[in-house]
Design a protein around this ligand. Structure first.
Ligand code: GLC
Ligand code: GLC
Length: 831
């Protein structure tokens, strides 16, 4: 039987088109790219927030409710006795037609019923603290239609966490104002808050509601609000309980007539001394200005065109033409889009992340950076400084920080010993993209404490030192609380279900727990650091002052030498104590016993160390990388990708922690953690095995997956998810945790730099593809530091790796680096 399909790609419009509202899981999109953000599902479920999904939540959402995805921006259309929603939910009245188009930071949902079509375009205009909802109503019949339209939004009382728990207070605090067609949410404005939200529409209204119980009825559901069912707004005023915003509008449409209604959900902040316009009356000046910017179709259309232009510019920086639509659409559209979303959200708000639990991760945000640095280098620069400002003087890090305050917090733990290395990874990617070495001279504090500032370069140095200063008995890095694998908790020994593995006391004292993942990461980032130092030596020598970021040529050369030695030693330590015979070990536990060894009964082999040690090229000449890659293929791979470890743990191991708490085949216990598949893929390219790299890559490439199994996979077919159930799971192939995953950046890094092989480097673009033998020719256009390079890669004999000759504007160059220069260039690469 053919697999049921719920939608398809529309590449020309850069959209995914959903044609059935009953998707196997809500398929969502993100609006906004700066301060004001919204999540929107294919039935218009979701919510909005300002900067921080925890502390500044604007509309309310109920996670894990029944039915799924309850709450959102809903429009109820009452046409005679029929009440329906353009997005099908919440009434679920069968529609005559339904379509949801998720595009770049916008979503358009169109439904029709009994000859009326309602199409709603949702987006957050650039640099705007508001969500526009432009509804176009069309009468497609020969008769006059008289419709009653009700809008609906439910306010969150700002702090999304207390909103769900502190009811003894919450039920008394809600306050609103109504002025013309605008409903204001001013809860807690009387005291310490100086922000409010509003919901408006650009037409006169015939009624409204601001109190949920009056509108819906205490025992009714979203699908049957009393006011809507009776066709009569209550003009209610919320005093405490649950404030909402609903407009009531009577619309008459002549045959064939269409009409736009523009709704605007906005957020405003006032200065402390300008909070009120009269006693208890909020100062609405800024709201009025904001409303006036989007009160006509022309203004809204212009703002929408600007948003599209913004995306044209972002997506024009790197484009590929390979003749393979499935590759091109991921590279040119969706992979880059997902990277920008992870830039904005880190791991905070999705349909799997409540927006309450996690802020910006230290390691996560550094990795995400390689996905968007080519698009928004200036914002990437700021991100690096923000991240580094939360570091401690010994190089250790807060594991995460809150975006609103930019302060580190320990709520989800600290002491992960891989964290510091990621700062090198992110910073080097930034400098290679931009050539901006000045970032290294930036004065950056520790733990945000004024007066503690040192240069960013110094932060990089202490990051490297943090590894060197924390080596174990085999001269391999001590793992600390855990490494990249949050759940490999080798020093926890937790028997208490009420404590979190991430925050419980870390019994590191006397521990012999070492990580081969950090070892590989250290070699990769250590080599990067050495190369950076050498480049800095050169820059210092060539500069007028004879120094850069406060150091001279000799300083950098000495530093390069010091770190090269540490890298060489790590290399040796891995070969000596980290090789198991057919693959790399994963770790040593607290007692010094092996993890990820053939000697173990379960968890014999792990993906992370195979990925990082092969990326680092450890033992490449001796054939260790080939062996490790072959073993990964043999033991980790399945139809849906590579699992994290094999075999899965079937029981809890107190000495390993959370990893063994998961049922077999899920999450860190032998799930396909998509994030780390690219590590092995890059390892394959280091070893020159293009066919294997391609085969691993396409197994988790959404466009390939969408073709094969939409129902099984469940989650959005246009982006990667964090985890797909592995071969030991009850339902292999089922995806979870979509959108906010390091997979996005790693997939991008892998395909752009290692498969297509266009790598930014200090002096230019390094070209070194690693291809499947079926790839005979492709073109990439890459904008880079003021130049535009049209690169044609020719591979007539189907080689997997090895550049024979490069010509730039008709002239052959020596080596594989196309030097930077402004203007347009034709580059031809022969394999
Ligand atoms: C999640 C976390 C990431 C971690 C990974 C593996 O994706 O965001 O920081 O490395 O899980 O545990
Ligand atoms: C990572 C893991 C998850 C774990 C969490 C703890 O996100 O994926 O399994 O529960 O870290 O913070």
């Amino acid at each position: 039987m053919a697999e049921k399909k719920y939608g398809h790609f529309d590449d020309a419009n850069r959209e995914y088109v959903i044609t059935d509202p009953k998707t196997p899981w809500p398929w969502i999109n993100y609006l906004g790219n700066e301060d004001f953000f919204s999540l929107i599902s294919n039935t218009a479920g979701g919510y909005s927030f300002y900067k921080d999904a925890k502390f500044r939540r604007i509309t309310r959402y109920r996670y894990n409710g029944v039915p799924m995805d309850n709450g959102g921006r809903y429009f109820y259309i009452k046409d005679g006795d029929t009440v329906w929603n353009p997005g099908w939910k919440p009434c679920k009245t069968p529609l005559d037609s339904y379509e949801c188009r998720h595009g770049m930071n916008y979503t358009r949902i169109t439904g029709s019923k009994n000859g009326v079509e309602a199409s709603v375009l949702f987006f957050v205009p650039l640099h705007t603290w508001a969500e526009v909802q432009k509804m176009t109503l069309k009468n497609q019949t020969e008769e006059v239609k008289t419709l009653k339209v009700f809008s609906f939004a439910e306010w969150c009382l700002w702090n999304a966490a207390t909103d769900m728990e502190n009811f003894q207070r919450n039920f008394s605090t809600g306050e609103v104002e109504v002025e013309g067609s605008t409903i204001y949410h001013k809860t807690e404005y009387r005291e310490r808050r100086n922000h409010y939200a509003f919901y408006t529409v650009n037409t006169e209204i015939q009624g409204y509601d601001t109190d949920r119980e009056s509108f819906i009825g205490l025992y009714n559901e979203f699908s049957e609000p009393e006011a809507v069912m009776e066709g009569k707004p209550r003009n209610s005023f919320a005093h405490g309980w649950s404030p909402i915003a609903s407009h009531y509008i009577e619309v008459t449409l002549q045959p064939g007539e269409s009409r736009d209604l523009i709704f605007l959900l906005g957020y405003v902040e006032n200065e402390q001394d300008k909070k009120f316009s009269a006693k208890k009356v909020i100062n609405k000046e800024k709201a009025h200005q904001l409303i006036a910017k989007f009160d006509t179709t022309e203004k809204v259309d212009a703002a929408f065109a600007e948003l599209n232009q913004y995306w044209d510019n972002l997506l024009n920086i790197f484009t590929v033409k390979s003749g393979n639509d499935k590759l091109d659409r991921m590279v040119n559209i969706w992979n880059q889009y997902q990277c920008m979303i992870t830039f904005c959200m880190s791991r905070s708000a999705s349909f799997f992340e409540s927006g309450i639990g996690r802020g910006m991760g230290f390691r996560d945000s550094n990795q995400d950076l390689v996905g968007f640095v080519h698009q928004i280098p200036t914002r990437a620069r700021q991100r690096i400084i923000d991240i580094a400002s939360t570091q401690f003087p010994d190089g250790g890090c807060y594991h995460q920080y809150q975006p609103l305050t930019k302060r580190g917090n320990n709520d989800i733990g600290g002491g992960f010993n891989d964290d510091p290395c990621w700062l090198i990874f992110g910073t080097v990617a930034y400098i290679k993209e931009t050539g901006d070495f000045s970032i290294l001279a930036e004065q950056v504090p520790f733990d945000n404490q004024p007066g503690t500032e040192v240069s960013l370069f110094e932060h990089l140095k202490i990051s490297m030192n943090h590894v060197i200063n924390n080596l174990g008995p085999h001269k391999l890095p001590l793992i600390g609380r855990a490494d990249w694998n949050d759940c490999l908790n080798l020093n926890c020994f937790s028997w208490d279900p009420n404590e979190s593995f991430q925050t419980t006391e870390n019994k590191g004292e006397g521990s012999k727990a070492e990580s081969l993942m950090i070892a590989g990461l250290f070699v990769v980032t250590g080599k990067d650091y050495v190369a950076l130092c050498k480049q800095l030596a050169k820059e210092a020598m060539e500069s007028k002052e004879g120094e850069i970021a406060g150091l001279a040529e000799e300083d950098y050369l000495t530093e390069a030498e010091r770190m090269q030695q540490a890298v060489d030693e790590m290399n040796e330590a891995v070969k000596k104590h980290g090789w198991d015979g057919e693959w790399f070990l994963r770790a040593y536990d607290f007692f010094g016993n092996k993890i990820g060894s053939d000697e173990n009964e379960e968890g014999k082999i792990f993906i992370e160390s195979q990925g990082w040690c092969t990326m680092a090229g450890i033992g490449l000449e001796e054939g260790l990388c080939d062996k490790a890659l072959d073993s990964s293929k043999k033991r980790l791979e399945c139809e849906h990708g590579m699992v994290l470890n094999n075999p899965a743990y079937t029981t809890y191991h107190v000495e390993m922690g959370e990893i063994s708490s998961y049922p077999e085949g899920y999450k860190e216990n032998a799930g396909i953690f998509c994030h780390n598949n690219p590590w092995v893929i890059i390892g394959e390219t280091v070893a020159g095995r293009g066919n294997d790299a391609w085969s691993h890559y396409t197994k988790i490439l959404p466009s390939y997956v969408e073709e094969k199994y939409q129902t099984l996979h469940k989650v959005e077919p246009y982006v990667n998810c964090q985890m797909v159930a592995g071969k030991d799971a009850a339902k292999p192939g089922e995806g979870k945790n979509s959108w906010l995953t390091g997979t996005a950046a790693w997939m991008w890094y892998t395909v752009s730099e290692f498969i297509l092989g266009i790598k930014p480097d200090y002096e230019g673009l390094l070209i070194d593809p690693c291809l499947p033998s079926t790839a005979k020719e492709y073109e990439v256009t890459r904008k880079f530091r003021g130049g535009e390079y049209h690169i044609t890669v020719k591979n007539p004999s189907g080689n997997q790796k090895g550049v024979k000759q490069i010509t730039v504007d008709g002239t052959p160059i020596s080596g594989t680096i196309v030097p930077c220069s402004e203007g347009k260039h034709e580059v031809v690469v022969e394999m």
